[in-house]
Design a protein around this ligand. Sequence first.
Ligand SMILES: [Zn+2]
Length: 449
Amino acid sequence: MNGSGSAASARRYLRAAQVVTAGERGVIQDGVVVVEGSRIAAVGPASDLAAELPPEGVQEFPNGTLLPGLVDAHAHLTLAADRRTYEQMVLDPDEMMALVSVRNMQRHLACGVTTLRDNGGRNRVTFIVREAINRGYFIGPRLLLSGRPVTHSYGHFYWCNGVADGAVAIRAAVRQLVAEGADHIKIMASGGATAGNIPYYASYDAEELRVAVEAAHALGRLTTAHCRAKQSMINAVEAGLDCIEHAEFLVPGEVVEYGGGVASSGVMQYDPHVTERLLQAGLFVSFTFQAGGYDSLVELRTKQEQGERLTAEEQRRRDALEHYYEMKLGIFQRLLEDGMRPRLVVSSDAGPFDCEFGRMHYGLELAVQGGLTPLQAIEAATRLAADCCGVGQIVGTLEPGKEADLLVVRGDPLKDIRQMADVWAVYKGGQHVAPSPCSALLPGIVPVA
Ligand SMILES: [Zn+2]
């Protein structure tokens, strides 16, 4: 900053009834964010910045709340969330997956997600999509990419073609992914909803996971592991992973059908000793609240509330999903009680089955039901998520020097977290990116037969 007239005139001012910094400045009433270029130049109460505020041209959001753009630490850009199983979705060619990514990104941007960590796509699709954004073909969130997830033969997401069995292959896979552009390494440490998988068993052992972690860390990359089984969470701690996804604490038993798609799993059984080890080792937990059928559950609840009768099959499905979410909320509550909050991130897992992009507010609403205050829930999807993804120096809070990734919602989400769904404006690097005519015209999901 040189303080010259041209630099000062290049400044832009956004003023809202409330500014949630998600950082040290806390919440500011009648706040202003000053943007210069792509970055935040200042944040403070309007009264402090009065001398600087121009008489005209301040972007006003009366009765609005200005927050940092959301950081979704777990999504799958290439998957359409159109209720197909993985086995049906992977019939799409890479070209279609690239186009699906474009659509998904617009939906996530429109709900305020300005940074998105993709945790697994096939071949080089996500790398190419990012290249297209960088070339300016279309707008997307900041992308943090794993590329293909590392998985064993026929392991979860094996169809992404990141299969690696044994130490030599795992090390080679990690090195190749980094060379192709991976920002982090995603490894599948337990089974998932891929056909033939058993979610409550670990897939790699701790020794294999450690090989991936060492190879990734040697190249300056963070690691995160898909961990639905309790044993896989223990293995991840022993292997030195930086983050675990899902954290369902599944224990061996029966594979239970909770309503199709990704919801098939086992029984969750919380174990405080595992949490203790996670905390000691400093791992982040990326809790994918929406995944597992929440979109379907909301649909079924709404249908019933509107007086429509559910079919016997729908009622069975609703009961199963209610049970699944009861267990999941229970796990979240126990994690909070045992001190996990500073490392607990709320993410979406958008893409598989019914988990639609553009609904980050679902996870925030569930987090509040699970015991977070609305402010804590927002922090779990901004500051903490940014730290978890290794971009806490760039985004995640509103403070001078950080990128001007901003979300404005109507009303007060600190009083009612559901206001997070009422998006007024989204900025990425100071550029207005949503709502745009493009995203407004996007149709709803059309299930593919
Ligand atoms: Zn996932």
